[in-house]
Design a binder for this molecule. Sequence first.
Ligand code: NAG
Ligand code: NAG
Ligand code: NAG
Ligand code: NAG
Ligand code: NAG
Ligand code: NAG
Ligand code: NAG
Ligand code: NAG
Ligand code: NAG
Length: 396
Amino acid sequence: MISRMKMLFTTLLLLMCAPKHIYSDSRLLVNMTLVRNASLLGAYCLDGSLPAYHLHRGFGAGVHNWLLQFEGGGWCNDVNSCLDRAKTRRGSTRYMNKWEVFSGILSNNASLNPDFYNWNRVKIRYCDGASFAGDAKFDNGTSLLYFRGQRIWQSVILDLLPKGLRYAKKALLSGCSAGGLAVFLHCDNFTSYLPNNASVKCLSDAGFFLDARDIMLNHTIRTFYEDLISLQGVEQNLDKNCTMSLYYPAQCFFPQHAMRYIRTPLFVLNSAYDVYQFHHIFVPPSADPHGHWNRCKLNPAACTPLQIDILQGLRREMLAALYIFYEYSRRGGMFINSCFAHCQSESQDTWYAADSPRVHNKTIADAVGDWYFGRRVTKEIDCAYPCDRTCHNLIG
Ligand SMILES: *[C@@H]1O[C@H](CO)[C@@H](O)[C@H](O)[C@H]1NC(C)=O
Ligand SMILES: *[C@@H]1O[C@H](CO)[C@@H](O)[C@H](O)[C@H]1NC(C)=O
Ligand SMILES: *[C@@H]1O[C@H](CO)[C@@H](O)[C@H](O)[C@H]1NC(C)=O
Ligand SMILES: *[C@@H]1O[C@H](CO)[C@@H](O)[C@H](O)[C@H]1NC(C)=O
Ligand SMILES: *[C@@H]1O[C@H](CO)[C@@H](O)[C@H](O)[C@H]1NC(C)=O
Ligand SMILES: *[C@@H]1O[C@H](CO)[C@@H](O)[C@H](O)[C@H]1NC(C)=O
Ligand SMILES: *[C@@H]1O[C@H](CO)[C@@H](O)[C@H](O)[C@H]1NC(C)=O
Ligand SMILES: *[C@@H]1O[C@H](CO)[C@@H](O)[C@H](O)[C@H]1NC(C)=O
Ligand SMILES: *[C@@H]1O[C@H](CO)[C@@H](O)[C@H](O)[C@H]1NC(C)=O
C-alpha cells in the first residue's frame, strides 16, 4: 500500500516536472498570499501550516471576472504517506515556492490566453492530500496530521470574497488532476458564494478519474480512494443527494457519479489516454509486476498491438462514462482528445500555441472560451490514437 502510494506520488511529480517550452520573455511570476485568518476556521495544511493562494489582479474589461484554479498533485491515503507528504511542498506551504509561474489559462497575455488574460486569476495551493475535501485530524500523541481540505477551500473563498470575488460578474472554477477532481466536488459550492446574476461555470482538467478496474481486474483506484475517504473524513463533504443514492457512498468521489448532481455548467477536459490514469489506475505497477508495459508507458509508439487494443478499451470506457453528459447536458462542454498527456490547461504549449493539440482545428483555449462565452456548442471528441497529428505525446 505504501509503496503503491509512493509510486502514485513520485510519478505524478515527474509528470508535472516534465520539460516544457520556456517562454522566458513572457514568464509571469505571482507571489504567494497566506490565508492569515485560516486558523479561525481550523484550516491547515497537513503539517499545520497556513494555506495559501496566488492572486494576479484582473484589469480592463476583466476586472470583475474571477478564475480560481485548484493546484493538483496526487493524494495521500494512509498515515505514513501523509506524514511523508507533510514534509514536502505537497503538504506544507513552508516548503512551497513563494512565486508561481502563471501560464496557459493563467497567463496575463492576450496572445497566449485570449479569453481569460485580463480576469482576476487565482491559483489555490494544494496541501491537504484529499482534493480539498477532507475534514479530520490524526493525533496519536507523537504524530499530528491535519486533514482539512474542505476548510482550506472555505477559508480561501472567505479570504477572496472581500477582495472582489463577492462582486464577480463572471467566474470560472478550474483545476488540474487532483485539482480537477476538486472542481467536481466544489463546483456547486463555489456558485453558492457568488451573486445570483453572475455567470458561474466549472472546468475540470485531467480530473475525470474513472471508477475503472485495472488490467488484472482489481479495483485499484476504488480501493485507494476508499482508504483516502475514510482516513481524511471526506464522506461528510460529498454531495448528499449523490451519497444517498448510491450503495457505496464513496463512489461519489468519482466524477462520473458526482457530475450527475452538479447544476453549474461544467466543462470536462481530459485526454482519453490520460497518462496518469494509464500508469496508475489501468496499469498500476501492482498489475504489471513483470514490467511488460514499461516501454509502452514511456512511448506509445512502442506499445504492442495488444496493448494498443487495451488502451482503446480504456478510451471507450471514458467515452461511455461521459455519454449521458455528452448527449443530454445542454450547458456542458467537453474536449476529449487522444494525446498521451495529463493536464493541458496550465502549460502554454498545450493550452494555446501555434503547434498546440487541436480537435476539429480548435485548440483547448478556443474550445473552453467558445463554451464559456456561449459562442458555440463545444463537445469535441477526438478520433482514436494514433490519428491525431497535433499531439506532442510528451509523457516524460
Ligand atoms: C505576449 O506573448 C507574445 C507571444 O509569445 C509575445 O510576443 C509578447 O511579447 C507577449 N507580450 C507581453 C506583454 O509579454
Ligand atoms: C505580493 O502580492 C500582494 C498582493 O497579493 C502585494 O500586496 C504584495 O506587495 C506583494 N509582495 C511582493 C513582495 O511583491
Ligand atoms: C503514531 O503514529 C506514527 C505513524 O503511524 C507511529 O510511527 C508512531 O509510533 C505512533 N505513536 C504512537 C504513540 O502510537
Ligand atoms: C459550502 O461549503 C461550506 C464548507 O466548506 C459549507 O459550510 C457551506 O454550507 C456550503 N454551501 C452550500 C450552499 O452547500
Ligand atoms: C479576518 O478576521 C477578522 C476578524 O474576524 C476580520 O475582521 C477580517 O475581515 C478577516 N480578514 C479577511 C481577509 O477575511
Ligand atoms: C448583478 O446585480 C447587481 C445589483 O443589482 C449589479 O450591480 C451587477 O452589475 C449585476 N451583475 C451582472 C453580471 O449583471
Ligand atoms: C489483483 O487481483 C488478483 C486476482 O485477479 C489477486 O491475486 C491479486 O492479489 C490482486 N492484487 C492486488 C494488488 O490487489
Ligand atoms: C438535492 O436535490 C434536491 C432536489 O433536486 C435539491 O433541492 C437539493 O438542493 C439537493 N441537495 C444537495 C445537497 O445537492
Ligand atoms: C485551422 O485554424 C487556423 C486558425 O487557428 C486557420 O488558420 C487554419 O486555416 C485552419 N485550418 C483548417 C484546415 O481549417
